[in-house]
Design a protein around this ligand. Structure first.
Ligand code: SAH
Ligand code: SF4
Ligand code: F3S
Length: 481
C-alpha cells in the first residue's frame, strides 16, 4: 500500500485542495469503520468486481487502495463481503445485462446482511437512463458515481455513511486529473499506468467518448514519477494505458509525443518491460515504429485494432484510415520490427456491412496474420451515430459471419504461435499454473504465455525458457540454466 499523505490533525477543517481533501475523508471514514468493527467484533470486508477494459481494472486498483486506507479488508467472495462495488462497463449491451443480472442477486443477499453496502461506478453510470433505472428499480444500491469523479470515492462513501441515504454523484465531463491517491496493485511486479483519459475519436459505433469524456493527457513528469515509484516498489513491467496512446501529449501545454514519452520511461533504471494499449492506426507514427525497433524495453507486441477490412465501412465507422492504409502501416511495422506480435479488435455486423465488406475483413486477417484477435458482434449503443444508421444487419447473418471470422482468426493464430516453437525466450513469471501447481506461467515479450516447471519463489522474476511445444495459444516449455 502506498501511503503518500497524511492529514491527521487537520483541526476539523475540510481541505479544499486535492488530494488532501480525499485523505481527510479517508481518515473520517476510517474512524467510522473502526467504530463499527469494534461494535460487531470483526473486520468489515469489501469485494470489488471489475467489468470491461484495462482502464477499469486500473480504476479498481485505485478503489481498493482507498478502501484499504479506510480499514476495509478484501474478501474475494462477493456474497460474504460487507461492501460490494461494481466497476461497470457499457461498451456493448451484454456488459450492461450482466450487471443488472448480478445486481438482482446482490439485492437478495443484502436483505440478510444488515451491514452490507453496495456501490456502482464506472462507464455505465455515465448514462442517464441507467441511473434513472437504478433509482427506480434498485433502491437498495447505496452509492452511485461515475468515471470522472472516481477520485472522490472516499468523500462519497463518508457522505453515505454519515447520511444513511442513497448517494448519487455523476459528472458530465471533467478537465481535472487528481494525482497521488493511494492505489493497491493486483500484481506486485507489474502495473498499469494511465497516461491519458477519455477519447476524442468518436468512432461512430462507440460509446466510450460519451462516458469517458474528452481526451486529457497526464503531465509527463507525473507519469515518470509514478513509474519511478512503482519500480522502487518492485514493479518490473508497466502497461501504459489510454484509449488512443498515439495521440498522447498533443493537448499538453508543452506538447510531447508518445514516442518521446516512451524514451523517457525507457531511461528508468530497474524497469525491464514497457507495454501500452491501445494504438489507433490513424495516429501511429514512424517515430513510434523507430523508437520501438530501437528499444530494449518496449515489448514486441502491438495491439492495433482494425475494426473492419472494408474501406467503405471504415469510413462509416469514422476510423479515418483505409484498408490499404492499414495494410501499408502493418508492413512498415513488420519491416522495422520483424519479431513483432500483432493483435487486433474486429467488429462484425456494423450497419450496412455486406458480404463483400465482410470478405474484405477476412482478407485483412489473412494478410496481416494476427497473433490473436478479439472479435465482437456489433452492439447498438444509444446515442452513437451508428445506432440510427439504416441497414442494421440481421442477427443470423451476423452470427454466421462471426463464426467464419472466428475460425479464420483461430486457425491463423495457431500457425503464427507455432512459429516460435523451439526458440529460447525471456519470460516474466506471473503466477503458479491454475491447473498444475508444479508449473509456473510466464509471459513473453510478445504477450504469449508459457507454462514450465517452477515454484512460487519465481513469481515476478525473469527466466530464459525454451518453448518446447505450442498448444494453440500458449506454450509448454522448460527453463534454460
Ligand atoms: N480505444 C480502443 C478501443 C476501446 S473499446 C480502440 O480504439 O481501439 C474496445 C473494443 O470494443 C473496440 O476496439 C471495438 O472493437 C469494440 N467495440 C466498441 N464499441 C463496440 C460496439 N458498439 N459493438 C461492438 N464492439 C464494440
Ligand atoms: Fe471508441 Fe474509437 Fe475512442 Fe477507441 S478510439 S475508444 S473505438 S471512439
Ligand atoms: Fe468498457 Fe468503459 Fe473500458 S465502456 S471498455 S470499461 S472505457
Amino acid at each position: 500500500m502506498e501511503k503518500l499523505h497524511s492529514t491527521a490533525g487537520q483541526n476539523g477543517n475540510i481541505p479544499i485542495t486535492e488530494p488532501e481533501r480525499q485523505y481527510y475523508f479517508m481518515e473520517k471514514a476510517r474512524q467510522i469503520v473502526q467504530k463499527k468493527t469494534e461494535e460487531i467484533k470483526r473486520p468489515l470486508t469489501f469485494c470489488v468486481t471489475t467489468f470491461g477494459c484495462q482502464m477499469n481494472a486500473r480504476d479498481s486498483e485505485k478503489l481498493v487502495g482507498i478502501l484499504e486506507q479506510i480499514g476495509y479488508i478484501e474478501e474475494s467472495d462477493e456474497e460474504k463481503a460487507d461492501f460490494v462495488i461494481y466497476n461497470t462497463c457499457t461498451v456493448r449491451e451484454n456488459a450492461n445485462q450482466r450487471v443488472y443480472g448480478r445486481l438482482g442477486q446482490l439485492g437478495r443477499i443484502k436483505k440478510k446482511n444488515p451491514h452490507m453496502l453496495i456501490a456502482l461506478c464506472g462507464c455505465m453510470m455515465q448514462e442517464l437512463e441507467v441511473v434513472e433505472k437504478l433509482k427506480k428499480s434498485y433502491r437498495f444500491v447505496d452509492l452511485i458515481f461515475g468515471t470522472h469523479n472516481i477520485y472522490k470515492f472516499a468523500e462519497l462513501l463518508e457522505t453515505r455513511m454519515e447520511s444513511g441515504r442513497m448517494v448519487i454523484d455523476i459528472w458530465k465531463d471533467t478537465d481535472k486529473i487528481v494525482e497521488d491517491l493511494p492505489v493497491e496493485r493486483k500484481y506486485p511486479f507489474k502495473s498499469g499506468v494511465n497516461i491519458m483519459f477519455g477519447c476524442n475519436n468518436f468512432c461512430s459505433y462507440c460509446i466510450v467518448p460519451y462516458v469517458r469524456g474528452r481526451e486529457r493527457s497526464r503531465d509527463p513528469k507525473a507519469i515518470i514519477r509514478e513509474v519511478e515509484r512503482l519500480v522502487a516498489d518492485g514493479v518490473v513491467e508497466v502497461m501504459l494505458l489510454g484509449q488512443n496512446v498515439n495521440s498522447y501529449g498533443k493537448t499538453l501545454e508543452h506538447p510531447i509525443t508518445f514516442a518521446q514519452l516512451l524514451q523517457e520511461i525507457e531511461k528508468i533504471d530497474g524497469l525491464e518491460r514497457i507495454r501500452f494499449m491501445t494504438s489507433h492506426p490513424k495516429d501511429l507514427s514512424d517515430e513510434l515504429i523507430r523508437v520501438m525497433a530501437e528499444s530494449k524495453k518496449i515489448c514486441r507486441h502491438l495491439h492495433l485494432p482494425v475494426q473492419s477490412g472494408s474501406t467503405r465501412i471504415l469510413e462509416k465507422m469514422n476510423r479515418r484510415y483505409t484498408k490499404e492504409g492499414y495494410l501499408e502501416l502493418v508492413s512498415r511495422i513488420k519491416n522495422a520490427i520483424p519479431d513483432i506480435s500483432l493483435t487486433t479488435d474486429i467488429i462484425v455486423g456494423f450497419p450496412g456491412e455486406t458480404e463483400e465488406d465482410f470478405e474484405e475483413t477476412l482478407d485483412v486477417v489473412r494478410k496481416v496474420r494476427y497473433d490473436s484477435a478479439f472479435t465482437f458482434i456489433y452492439s447498438k449503443r444509444t446515442g452513437t451515430p451508428a445506432a440510427v444508421m439504416e441497414d442494421q444487419v440481421p442477427e443470423d447473418v451476423v452470427k454466421d459471419r462471426f463464426n467464419r471470422l472466428l475460425k479464420e482468426v483461430q486457425d491463423i493464430s495457431a500457425e503464427v504461435c507455432a512459429a516460435h516453437e523451439g526458440t529460447v525466450q525471456t519470460a516474466l513469471v506471473e503466477s503458479i499454473n491454475d491447473h498444475d501447481n508444479s508449473l509456473v506461467t510466464g509471459r513473453l515479450s510478445n504477450n504469449l504465455l508459457v507454462h514450465f516447471p517452477g515454484d512460487a519463489s519465481m513469481i515476478g522474476k525473469f527466466y530464459q525458457v525454451r518453448l518446447n511445444e505450442c498448444r494453440g495459444f500458449y506454450y509448454i516449455g522448460e527453463q534454460i540454466k
